[in-house]
Design a protein around this ligand. Structure first.
Ligand SMILES: Nc1ncnc2c1ncn2[C@@H]1O[C@H](COP(=O)(O)OP(=O)(O)OP(=O)(O)O)[C@@H](O)[C@H]1O
Ligand SMILES: [Mg+2]
Length: 589
């Protein structure tokens, strides 16, 4: 796991024109807002910069001459400046945040939609945790560049330049003296940022290791309990949190040296200006107002410098984030509709597998020259040892994967020529591992057909033999199910899955029987529900309990990706092959 996390944190170049252009493109539709934001920011900064200058005038032109009306005028000016700077910085941050969040929202939705489009082979490879960090921290890094990057470069640049020009207009030597401090502050700040970034990387890595371990521990809580591994588990977790504490302490130590040091240097700067400037005031070279203004501007130097030294980090993180986010967005789904794909509304339900060669990885073939012809409304049972390739056959029919060679036809139409949307309506699956989303039972069943009425869902439940379960639950159909269907049994999940398929009312049905043991009662229920579901449809039933497929029109036995036996239950029994052997074992057991 640490390797993966490290890979997550790889930072590349701080500036990549190609990526920068794409980030810029994201912001382009908002150019009006950007212009407004920048104008507001400039007004706010200018109003802020004017304040020490007004102070100077108030001291030199009003206080010095004991001119009260003038003093009041300057006071009002000063207030107006504060008001303007608050108002416009508020407006600026509102528009900026709104723009940034809109960009992020769109990007996040694009990424989500794209991930859903991508092939299963992609999702098999990618870890969910990684995709979550694409969706969160990587996109946040881009956001930070778009929002605070603009403020930093334009706003802080303007403020620094403004201060320098104003200082020079007041007194050159004093300005020179102030500048002595600048490089020190700049270097310190830069060094601090750089070290802090490395430490934060460590912190993030250690935290993600902790959360990863936590997620896995919670998912595997049953195994931990079964093997009574609480102590080891807790010790391991303690060690990881300890690492994370050490990483955090590093950053705390660095910060507790840096900030006081900066304070100290700023104070030295103030003392220097006070001493030198004070001497000049006494000598009558500069006015008290000028000295006060200098000290005031000095205090305003630091913020922009800090921000500017951070721009490198922001850029680099944004580029790394953008590279990964765009990297995913650029992956083309391998399985997509052919340009001449058509919507197929109705089919009889004939299926032909013709010379199919398929492997999840090209160098490990699962199916080799697989052929199977299924008549409309025929019921096919598939049996065979585990790992033989039974589920893989249905994965191909569903177009989750693309065979390397050969073709699959539905009613004589090549699968590739049928639009994905319509294919999904033609075939329904009761998968080997039924997936239940968190939500009510009603919502879960309605997943089969979103516009189904409650009555239709109820009828589907009845056909799927869910009546028993529903009457036991006080809230019936409206019972909330936990994540992945926590709170109901595997058999019940399968029944819900069957109800979903009944509601979808497909022409072709695939049932991949769960391997887990189900009591004879539930097995009977599933059997009845299945009979009803298969009625009048082309059905492919993969069975682990051979009793499920006894009555099928035809049974095929698959071994090592090839059909080794084919016929009715009786024919296969007479053949005396693997099938009859398996039946014998199951009847004896
Ligand atoms: N996503 C995948 N990526 C790589 N290999 C896979 C994948 N899914 C399955 N396989 C491999 O393909 C082979 C066939 O798997 P398949 O799921 O079709 O078997 P099965 O006949 O359905 O087995 P079971 O009876 O256990 O459900 C197995 O050797 C399996 O390891
Ligand atoms: Mg399987």
């Amino acid at each position: 796991m640490p390797d993966i996390e490290l890979e997550e944190e790889v930072l590349g170049k701080a500036y990549d024109p190609r990526l920068a252009r794409r980030i810029f493109k994201l912001a382009l539709p908002h150019k009006r807002e950007i212009v407004i934001t920048v104008i507001f920011m400039l007004i706010a900064s200018a109003a802020d910069l004017a304040r020490p200058y007004i102070l100077r005038l108030a001291i030199d032109k009003a206080l010095f001459f004991k001119d009260l009306p003038k003093l009041i005028t300057y006071g009002i000016f000063y207030l107006v400046c504060i008001g303007m700077s608050s108002l416009f910085s508020g407006l600026q941050s509102y528009f900026m945040t709104r723009m940034g969040e809109t960009i992020v929202l769109n990007l996040r939705n694009d990424l989500f939609a794209h991930l859903q489009m991508l092939d299963l082979s992609f999702h098999n490879r990618e870890k969910v945790g990684r995709m979550i960090s694409r969706l969160t921290s990587d996109i946040d890094a881009i956001l930070e560049l778009i929002s605070s990057g603009i403020t930093t470069i334009i706003g802080d640049g303007f403020v620094l330049l403004g201060i320098i020009v104003l200082l020079m207009s007041m007194n050159l030597t004093l300005t020179g003296l102030t500048f002595l401090l600048l490089p020190i502050l700049f270097l310190m700040s830069f060094e601090f940022r750089k070290r802090m970034r490395d430490i934060y990387r460590l912190v993030r890595i250690s935290i993600s290791i902790v959360t990863g371990n936590f997620a896995e521990s919670m998912a595997g809580i049953k195994v931990t309990k079964v093997f009574a591994r609480f102590k080891e588990s807790a010790e391991n977790f303690y060690r990881l949190t300890q690492n994370s504490l050490e990483a955090v302490m590093k950053s705390v130590r660095l910060a507790s040296i840096y900030f006081p040091a900066v304070e100290l240097i700023s104070a030295c700067g103030t003392a220097l200006i006070l001493w030198y400037g004070g001497t000049k005031v006494i000598e009558g070279v500069i006015t008290i107002g000028t000295l006060v203004a200098f000290l005031n501007y000095l205090g305003r130097f630091f913020g922009p410098i800090q921000d500017l030294t951070n721009i490198y980090n922001i850029l680099q993180s944004a580029m790394a984030g953008a590279e990964r986010v765009f990297g995913i967005l650029d992956i083309e789904p391998k399985i997509k509709d052919a340009p001449d794909a058509v919507d197929v509304e109705y089919i009889e339900g004939r299926i032909d597998f013709e010379h199919i060669y398929f492997g999840y990885e090209p160098d490990r073939m699962i199916l080799e020259d697989f052929n199977l012809h299924i008549e409309p409304s025929e019921k096919i049972g598939i049996a065979g040892p585990t790992g033989a390739g039974k589920t893989s056959i249905t994965n191909l029919l569903l177009r989750f994967y693309q065979p390397q060679r050969g073709r699959i036809l539905i009613d004589g139409i090549d699968l590739q020529k049928i639009s994905n949307r319509s294919l999904r309506k033609l075939i329904a699956v009761v998968p080997q591992e039924p997936f239940i989303f968190s939500g009510t039972i009603l919502e879960n069943i309605r997943f089969g057909r979103l516009d189904a009425t409650v009555e239709e869902v109820e009828r589907a439940c009845e056909l799927a033999c869910l009546g028993n379960l529903l009457s036991r639950l006080p809230r019936g159909l409206y019972t909330e199910l936990g994540e992945r269907g926590a709170g109901i049994s595997v058999g019940e999940k399968q029944l819900i899955s069957i109800a979903r398929a009944i509601l979808a009312d497909p022409r072709i049905l695939i049932l991949d029987e769960a391997t887990s043991n189900i009591d004879t009662e539930t097995e009977k229920l599933i059997q009845i529900a299945l009979q009803r579901l298969m009625e009048g449809r082309t059905s492919i039933v993969i069975a682990h309990r051979l009793s499920t497929i006894r009555e099928m029109d035809r049974i095929i036995v698959i071994q090592d990706g090839k059909i080794t036996e084919m016929g009715t239950h009786e024919e296969l029994l007479r053949n005396g092959g693997l099938y009859s052997h398996l039946v014998e074992i199951s009847e004896r057991g």
